[in-house]
Design a binder for this molecule. Structure first.
Ligand code: HEM
Length: 231
């Protein structure tokens, strides 16, 4: 236990906790994207997938609580790192020099905070379903499952809602594109040749995630994906 608390107090320990919790969240983001992309396979696939998740019962709650703990740790240790850095350099730079810092790296705090706000909105929207009264009117699908497919389509037909999602996905990509290069640094992978390559790979990955997620509201707005029932 003592080792663990010394680890979490050391600067490198905190960085590793932020990195490892980050990679777990990326795992969720990739899995969630693959699940959601099934909307392109039609209502049968995506409704079956959503029902499958719900059928996990108590296990779903274990996963939810685990993910929530991971998010809390990721934010908590990030804040502690920021506090440590401030302590090490009590006065702000007289002249801010952003020569090496990218836009993504400077906005990590803001993009992270806005992402948190998005996740709260998103859970209220699609999981608790309190932001759109029409979702309660949706009839079950032919196999008596909740029609997640039509819910997503009706949700994204609203330009404002889709806009919020697309902006949030942009922030997510920004956050991931810097987070991935910090991740390799935290793990001590600092190599003249390899580091820039990993950073590029991280950026490509982040924008693929952006393209994957935004394809869903865009396809709905363009009328390529239509609801299966009238409201
Ligand atoms: C186009 C983008 C997205 C779509 C279509 C989408 C779709 C959904 C749907 C349908 C649910 C409800 C699942 C259910 O109750 O059956 C859900 C839940 C959730 N989504 Fe998303 N999502 C998107 C983006 C994101 C992003 C970018 C994140 C994280 C950064 C995220 C995190 C979550 C979380 C944490 C839940 C709650 C899971 C649970 O506990 O049930 N989603 N999403």
């Amino acid at each position: 236990m003592n080792h663990l608390s010394a680890f979490s107090r050391s600067s490198i320990g905190k960085k590793i906790i932020v990195a490892v919790t980050g990679i777990i969240l990326i795992g969720f983001i990739v899995g969630h994207l693959l699940g959601n992309l099934q909307i392109f396979l039609g209502p049968e696939a995506v409704n079956r997938y959503a029902e499958g998740l719900r059928a996990l019962g108590p296990l779903l709650w274990v996963v939810r609580i685990f993910l929530l703990a991971v998010v809390v740790l990721h934010i908590y240790f990030t804040i502690r790192l920021v506090i440590d850095n401030r302590k090490a350099r009590p006065e702000a730079y007289a002249k801010k020099d952003h020569v090496k810092a990218t836009f993504a790296s400077r906005s990590m705090g803001l993009s992270g905070l806005l992402l948190l706000a998005f996740i709260i909105y998103h859970i209220a929207h699609f999981t608790v379903r309190v932001t759109d009264p029409r979702f309660a009117l949706l009839k079950a699908d032919p196999l008596n499952r909740y029609d997640v497919y039509s819910m997503m389509v009706y949700g994204f037909q609203n330009v404002l809602v889709s806009g919020i999602y697309i902006v949030a996905m942009f922030l997510l990509a920004l956050h991931l594109s810097h987070g991935s290069s910090s991740f390799f640094q935290s793990l001590g992978l600092n190599d003249k040749k390899l580091t820039p390559k990993l950073a590029t790979a991280g950026r490509i990955f982040a924008w693929l995630i952006f393209a994957g997620y935004t394809s869903i509201p865009l396809a709905v707005l363009l009328g390529l994906v239509k609801p299966t029932q009238a409201l």
